[in-house]
Ligand binder design. Structure first.
Ligand code: PLP
Length: 287
């Protein structure tokens, strides 16, 4: 079945879905995006993702000529046309197409570009992977100083993730000059210490405030688990009882190895697996 992608008002066949060469997304990564999980045809935490999209747009001073509240309708239609039951929807807004210039184009002459596509992902495969857990490597955090904004300027993350793959791992945990783990290349990083305390980096300008991360913090409250938003070092991570990553496309994914150090004897940790198991019970589901 051919796939359809929404580009600026039209649902286009996959092979014809094109952006202009001078779209600011291609020239400057002058664009922001979101990824929302689709589960059984429903959207998981859609409102929180769209609120974060609005925040990202505000942070880069991108004023759209379309109303943001139309996005859920386009998302729905894109999912319907592509018959996605489980997977994710990708939403990107760029500052539009204009002759190359570092200065913003005039908003009234340059409409923003909106792209939306939906893709299937087999949830059983991910569940299977979670039972085994994943390996992560540590890698310097070479990104710009505002990774709290979800922009498409992802080259440093692409290179870190590629290095992880080349080393037989699935994710790179990024560390700063003080050897503090900030987050993953495309996920938030968590550890559980010997006191069963969940620890993740504070949501300041050094990380993306993940929607799944927020969900897990709520779950921790429900389960009466202690959690703490504080920096943790590579060394502390390697001493952890459990570790996991969170992201909309992975949910809670246990980490069983950090560089050469195994975590929890190389087995997915029980707290990580429990959080994964009950995640959707507490998430916002849009039908
Ligand atoms: N951190 C980074 C750098 C990411 O790219 C992502 C997701 O893509 C996350 C964290 C997790 O965010 P969320 O849980 O909202 O998917």
């Amino acid at each position: 079945m051919s796939r359809t992608i929404y580009v600026n008002g039209c649902y286009q066949p996959y092979n014809n879905a094109l952006l202009h060469v001078e779209d600011r997304a291609t020239l400057f990564a002058d664009a922001v995006y979101e990824v929302v999980e689709i589960k059984a045809g429903n959207l998981v935490d859609q409102d929180a993702h769209l609120e974060r999209l609005e925040r990202s747009l505000n942070e880069i001073k991108l004023v759209t000529d379309f109303a943001l509240h139309t996005i859920p309708f386009i998302i729905r239609e894109t999912i319907r046309r592509n018959r996605v039951k489980n997977g994710y929807v990708y939403i990107q807004v760029s500052r539009g197409c204009a002759q190359r210039d570092f200065v913003f184009p005039k908003t009234n002459e340059t409409p923003a570009t909106l792209i939306i596509f939906a893709r299937s992902k087999n949830p059983l495969k991910l569940d299977k992977k979670s039972k085994k857990g994943i390996k992560v490597i540590t890698h310097p955090d070479l990104r710009w100083k505002r990774p709290d904004i979800k922009t498409t300027g992802l080259l440093a993350s692409v290179l870190a993730r590629q290095t992880a793959i080349e080393q037989g791992a699935e994710e790179a945990w990024l560390y700063n000059k003080d050897k503090i783990i900030t987050e993953g290349a495309a996920s938030n990083a968590w550890i559980v210490n010997n006191q069963n305390e969940l620890i993740t980096h504070p949501a300041n300008q050094s990380i993306l405030k993940g929607i799944t991360r927020e969900g897990v913090m709520q779950l921790a409250k429900e389960l009466n688990l202690k959690f703490s938003e504080r920096p943790f070092s590579i060394e502390e991570a390697k001493e952890a009882k459990e570790a996991f990553i969170t992201a909309a496309t992975n949910l809670v994914m246990p980490v069983t190895q950090i560089d050469e150090k195994t975590v929890n004897d190389g087995k997915s940790g029980p707290i990580s697996l429990k959080l994964r198991e009950i995640f959707h019970e507490f998430a916002q589901i849009s039908h």
